[in-house]
Ligand binder design. Structure first.
Ligand code: ZN
Length: 214
């Protein structure tokens, strides 16, 4: 007992030293709540089955949180869960789920295909012998805000640029001057808002003034 306080380095922390056996125990530190969300469907893993991507969700969960995977999808877990459903209901449930998944996958694939097939056309248009304008068509297929892109071109080239309808009634950006090569370069370098456009989808086109026109 007399030793107490003589070896300061080994002294217990003050609050522990003061602890009296009759006092209530100190409160347990509460660990921060960490909620896991599925990286595939964004629901918490116990709700993945309500999304349309259960197969991929399960793959993800098995990879990232095998304990949770076992909890939700092990043989026993499934037994307990479907135990209350009739066989018919189970089969219907599985069938519905499979259908839903196929639909969702097809939709995602179609959207991607459409995007990859979309073409950006940068057209140099001759107005007079010395004057050109450049039109840029198709950027919106890559989720690019046309107004912002026009603004970016205007400030980059210190010229006029605006969004207008082409003869087919579709939006395009019209920039004064011949800046087609520069715009192509900006797309390749993903400058400003011009992000995520595969350069292979961009085509440069030249429109000459028709001879003997006027
Ligand atoms: Zn999920």
């Amino acid at each position: 007992m007399a030793k107490k306080g003589k070896t300061p380095a080994q002294d217990p922390a003050p609050e522990q030293a003061a602890a009296d056996p009759d006092a209530p125990p100190p409160p347990e530190p509460v660990p921060p709540v960490s909620v896991i969300y599925c990286a595939v469907c964004t629901y918490p893993p116990e709700y993945c089955e309500f999304g349309a991507s259960l197969t991929r969700c399960k793959e993800w969960l098995k990879e990232e949180h095998s304990d949770l995977f076992d909890k939700y999808y092990s043989e026993e877990a499934l037994q307990t869960k479907v135990g209350t459903l009739s066989l018919e209901a189970q089969q219907k449930l599985e069938k519905d789920m499979a259908k839903k998944e196929v639909k969702a996958e097809a939709k995602a694939e179609a959207a991607l295909k459409k995007k990859m097939a979309s073409q950006i056309i940068i057209k140099r248009i001759e107005r007079t012998k010395r004057k050109h304008i450049t039109s840029v068509f198709g950027l919106e297929a890559f989720d690019i805000d046309l107004k912002k892109a026009a603004k970016q071109f205007a400030s980059k080239f210190a010229t006029g640029a605006s969004v207008s309808k082409n003869p087919q009634g579709l939006d395009e950006i019209v920039v004064s001057g011949d800046v087609s090569d520069e715009i192509l370069e900006m797309i390749e370098n993903e400058v400003g808002v011009l992000k995520g456009i595969p350069a292979d989808n961009v085509e440069l086109v030249e429109e000459k003034k028709k001879k003997g026109g006027e």
